[in-house]
Design a protein around this ligand. Structure first.
Ligand code: NAP
Ligand code: FE
Length: 371
């Protein structure tokens, strides 16, 4: 057995109920002024924002809230957030939310310290000064953005693209699953599917290693039994199940951070950009075919992965077919556009077999094409 692994994840994770309320000293250690980055309303709704502002007040830290982050955040909005951080003279940034505000907060730390980087320049310009220190507080159980050095933003042309590396990690993560309790059911399912897809894709990616596979299996063993309950349309996870989903999204994040994503994520971006399908669902619709491909390419690892889900291969495929439904129709011209775009996509190259842009286009045609 090849037990070789590399593990790099420099953020300190502090977990547990009410961890924000008892971590005044961590906030104080980062400075006297802070920019809080959130989406429209969820940070307030879930209680995280008031917990943070109470702790900041106690620590006598001045703060300003930048709440302009939308789903699939734009480089332009993040650049504006960077400007706001500079104008406020922030010493550090706190990101509160799902993947969108967390990814944005990472980028805002880079823009804030590097005035020469404007909008899409984040993909090409050199980072000359270290980003502002960052604290992340997740409120969805899906992306694992808290523990990854990845920020997924939307370019000025409307296409999603990630930036990654050592400059995109948080310094601290406060992991308190109670903030996910208010997530609506449809988003709970889609974000759980995102974490599921991270675990599966990174498991079979060309860059996986021994330890990342262990994290994938741990995540799948927690997520799959709860996903199975979503077959009942009236299912609503209890607090314990919410906690499990949240921590599993972090385990999947550890796996993702090493292995990276494969063609389901690359192809899923298109369904989100052009048809508004939520990120997790958009990627998970391609997982059944990804599993079929992986089985062709890596039979040993395949049975270990299926075992970790706690159900048989057949049951798993049936479950994914029931849960992953996107009611969209994609015209042939659009699919041809995707075929060209996907020819250079790195997510295909990271996949375990030679499944390429032509196969991806045929798959989209079979699933969503006008028949
Ligand atoms: P999201 O886009 O952050 O949020 C989705 C919706 O859920 C928003 O309407 C948000 O409201 C709401 N919401 C969030 N937390 C809530 C709570 N506790 N209670 C009630 N509503 C809540 O969703 P996400 O799935 O977590 O993130 C998706 C993004 O992450 C995509 O852009 C994706 O590409 C990216 N992603 C990043 C990574 C990575 O490694 N960095 C990995 C996978 C995906 P508000 O707008 O009010 O906040
Ligand atoms: Fe994802």
């Amino acid at each position: 057995m090849n037990t070789h692994f590399n593990f790099f994840m420099p953020a300190e994770i502090l977990s547990g109920k009410d961890i924000v309320k008892t971590s005044e000293n961590i906030f104080s250690s980062l400075g006297k002024r802070c920019l809080i980055v959130t989406g429209k309303s969820s940070a307030e709704k879930c209680g995280a924002l008031s917990d943070v502002t109470d702790a900041l007040k106690k620590a006598k830290i001045e703060y300003s809230v930048f709440n302009k982050i939308t789903e699939n955040p734009l480089t332009r909005t993040c650049c504006e957030g960077g400007k706001k951080a500079r104008e406020f003279d922030a010493d550090f940034v706190i990101g509160i939310g799902g993947g969108s505000p967390l990814d944005s907060a990472k980028a805002i730390c880079v823009y804030a310290a590097n005035e020469h980087i404007i909008n899409d320049g984040i993909y090409t310009e050199e980072i000359k000064k270290p980003p502002l220190p960052l604290i992340l507080i997740g409120t969805t159980a899906g992306t694992g953005s808290e523990v990854s050095g990845v920020s997924v933003l939307t370019r000025e042309n409307g296409r999603k693209q990630s930036v990654s590396g050592k400059n995109y990690y948080a310094k601290y993560v406060f992991a308190d699953p109670q903030y996910t309790y208010s997530v609506p059911m449809y988003t709970t399912l889609s974000t759980a599917l995102d974490a599921f897809a991270h675990a599966v894709e990174s498991y079979f990616s060309k860059n996986h290693d021994f330890l990342s596979r262990k994290f994938s299996c741990l995540a799948l063993s927690e997520i799959t039994p709860i996903l199975s309950k979503f077959r009942n349309p009236d299912f609503s996870p209890d607090d314990d199940e919410r906690d499990r989903l949240y921590f599993a999204s972090l385990y999947a994040g550890f796996a993702l951070n090493k292995g990276g994503t494969c063609f389901p994520h690359g192809m899923g971006y298109a369904l989100t950009e052009d048809y508004g399908v939520p990120h997790g669902l958009a990627c998970a619709v391609f997982i059944p075919v990804f599993l079929k491909e992986a089985k062709k390419g890596d039979v040993d690892g395949y049975s270990e992965l299926i075992k970790s889900t706690g159900i048989s291969e057949n049951e798993l495929l049936k479950l994914l077919n029931v849960l992953c439904k996107a009611d969209i129709t994609i015209p042939i011209e659009k699919i041809e556009e995707y075929r060209v775009r996907w020819a250079t996509l790195k997510n295909f190259k990271n996949s375990p077999t030679d499944f390429g842009a032509d196969d991806g286009a045929s798959l989209v045609y079979n699933l969503f094409g006008q028949q």
